[in-house]
Design a binder for this molecule. Structure first.
Ligand code: DAV
Length: 374
């Protein structure tokens, strides 16, 4: 096998090497301040915690194996994390919580920017040690690629000061929407926090979703850490549970982005796309009315696609409207059954983490306009 080369600047250049998660030992974590805000009032997950049923783990792993198979058949190298026994307490000097989460969605924790892979300072206490599942891979990339930068954002303390206590206790969806539109989130500005999946990489520009899992200080940290990039804050009113940008704002190829029609980017934040001739289109409607059982994510995982190159995209097989839209846009669409994996942490984009895509750091937005930059 060829030696590892780490490099990826966006989500659409030709994919050569990727990490695909594993469902083993995944737990539903006990409720904590940060997850309370994310789990809907009427969710079947309320009040439940512990290891997920074994048959669902097996089904999810089958679907993940299907993804690995599809990628390997196209000569894309695939690595897998090393699952930890997630059903263990997390104990730090600042907090304890009853279990961890899992390593199905590498996208949430690993941020690849050029030759660097960085573990994010995540806001869920149950996800504090998640990066350890990727430690062996990182060590190997470090040994094989002399240019690889193995990085970690400052580990957050996640004391109670990191959250607004009682933020989402028994409130209506309307009230949630009011708060999220007003940029009032469960995480405070006490310390830098972000999930990697809140960061959309488009060459020189990084668009960060300000939401339940990413705060302004996190974005400021990213801007100082990547001084050659421009870090932008974006938010999407209309989403009562805004975490992770990849079921909301998804670039398909240079010049084209799809936006969740229920979570539109505000006009002031759209200007940078217009000024640089990027088209922002509405994503197709999801094919399902509800997510699968015990799932955190919304039906909009329909748009959580994995792009293999400017002409090829993998999308979930039952998402007929999304498949049709991508087909009409001129893509070769590869449908893949993946819904059984959704409850373990998301869709096809969530379940992967970039190691190598061809291409370099392009400036897609030379005309910068006021409104978003940190
Ligand atoms: O629409 O529920 C899912 C993102 C998962 N990483 C949503 C966002």
């Amino acid at each position: 096998m060829n030696k590892t080369v780490v490099s990826s600047w966006n989500d659409f250049d030709p994919l050569k090497h990727v990490i695909v998660g594993r469902a083993d030992f995944t737990c539903i974590p006990p409720s904590e301040l940060a997850t309370e805000a994310k789990v809907p009032e009427d969710s079947d997950m309320r009040g439940m915690w512990g290891p997920r049923p074994q048959h669902t783990v097996e089904l999810a792993n089958e679907k993940l194996a299907g993804l690995v198979n599809l990628l390997e058949q196209r000569d894309i190298r695939v690595d897998r994390p090393e699952p930890i026994q997630w059903n263990q307490e997390v104990i730090t000097p600042d907090f304890t919580t009853g279990s961890m989460f899992g390593c199905m969605p590498p996208r949430d924790v690993l941020l690849t920017v050029g030759k660097e892979i960085l573990s994010a300072p995540m806001s869920f206490r149950c996800r504090y040690w998640e990066y350890l599942a990727y430690h062996g891979l990182m060590q190997r990339y470090f040994d094989e690629d002399p240019g690889f930068r193995w990085e970690q954002a400052p580990r957050p303390r996640l004391t109670d000061a990191a959250y607004q206590n009682g933020y989402f206790d028994e409130i209506t969806i309307a009230e949630r929407l009011k708060r999220t539109a007003a940029l009032d989130f469960v995480t405070t500005e006490h310390e830098p926090l972000f999930d990697a999946a809140d960061v959309l990489r488009i060459g020189k520009d990084l668009f960060c979703q300000h939401g339940l899992t990413t705060n302004r200080r996190g974005m400021q940290w990213l801007q100082r850490h990547y001084p050659d990039h421009r870090v932008h804050a974006v938010n999407f009113p209309g989403d009562p549970y805004p975490i992770h940008i990849d079921a909301t704002f998804v670039p398909l190829r240079p010049g084209l982005i799809m936006n969740n029609p229920n979570r539109r980017l505000p006009d002031a934040q759209r200007r940078i796309f217009k000024a640089n001739d990027w088209e922002v289109i509405d994503a197709a409607q999801p094919a399902h009315d509800t997510p699968p059982p015990l799932c955190y994510s919304s039906v909009w995982l329909s748009m959580n696609v994995l792009i293999l190159d400017h002409k090829t995209v993998v999308a979930e097989a039952s998402e007929v409207h999304q498949l049709e839209q991508l087909d009409k846009l001129g893509f070769e669409v590869l449908p893949l059954a993946f819904r059984d994996a959704y409850p373990f942490g998301g869709g096809l984009h969530c379940a992967t983490g970039d190691v190598l895509r061809e291409g370099s750091c392009e400036d897609y937005f030379p005309n910068q306009v006021a409104g978003t930059q940190i």
